[in-house]
Design a protein around this ligand. Structure first.
Ligand SMILES: [Fe+2]
Length: 249
């Protein structure tokens, strides 16, 4: 199984503090049946240039590689925050893609309304050959208010990642998105061993119990295809709506 979103790389963002915590997080994930982990530290363009970020990521990766003795395959990536970035040189973002692919884990805006600027920036990423995988789509206030935005993103060529925590908390929006075939990837978004530990195994159990084991397998197949740089099916069900009573269907 593949964990698509983690802050396990040591001392680079608000995730793992050091190599020892990183190794503990990886060992917990291995016990939960995960064999591949994407290392996705936050990338905020306001803090670092892309080359500077890549230099920091390389340093953290080397430190982790020397300390880690387990069996998990580690893949370099990032969580690119598109909403706060003011960079307009989108070609410079190409090295932020996942592994050797042209997919990029992309964090959107936590503002309650999404303006045209956000969609224009997504489009500019795509014009540079990048395919955004939207990080934890279920968490954005704009999506919780108007969940049909997820269908709009998919129709616009993006794919969707959800967090294990939202599966475990039985988030009704996540259930509606899964039923509407609008979820492609799963990530623990783990940051540390205490407040945000990895709970991948539990999420898989709950997914299988609620939606059948083929749902968890389907997500894993999608993530495998992404790591091979292959396209996914964008076939989806009806756009999710929020009813007057705050339910999702
Ligand atoms: Fe994250």
């Amino acid at each position: 199984m593949i964990d698509f979103h983690t802050h396990i790389l040591p001392a680079i963002d608000d995730g793992s503090r050091d190599e020892s915590e990183s190794c503990e997080l990886l060992s917990r994930l291995e016990r939960q049946g995960v064999d591949t982990v994407l290392l996705t530290p936050h990338y905020y363009g306001r803090d670092y240039s892309v080359p500077k970020f890549l230099e920091r990521r390389e340093k953290a990766f080397s430190a982790l590689e020397s300390a880690y003795t387990g069996n998990i395959r580690l893949i370099k990536a990032c969580e690119y925050n598109i909403a706060t970035d003011v960079n307009s040189d989108f070609m410079s973002l190409v090295p932020l893609a996942i592994g050797n692919t042209s997919y990029i884990l992309t964090e959107l805006s936590f503002e309650s309304e999404w303006g045209d600027r956000l969609f224009k920036r997504i489009n500019s990423l795509q014009l540079c050959g990048l395919t955004p995988v939207i990080a934890h789509a279920e968490l954005y206030p704009a999506v919780r208010k108007n969940p049909s935005l997820v269908a709009r993103l998919i129709d616009g060529g993006c794919y969707i990642q959800i967090n294990c925590g939202s599966v475990i908390s039985s988030d009704p929006l996540v259930a509606a998105l899964i039923n509407g075939m609008q979820v492609h990837c799963l990530g623990s978004d783990t940051h540390n061993t205490t407040k945000r530990p990895p709970e991948y195994g539990r999420a898989i159990e709950m997914l299988s119990a609620s939606f059948g084991s083929q749902t968890a397998e389907g997500l894993n197949d999608n993530m495998n295809l992404i790591l091979q740089g292959k396209p996914l099916s964008a076939r989806r069900g009806a756009a999710v709506k929020r009813t007057l009573f705050g339910k999702y269907k």
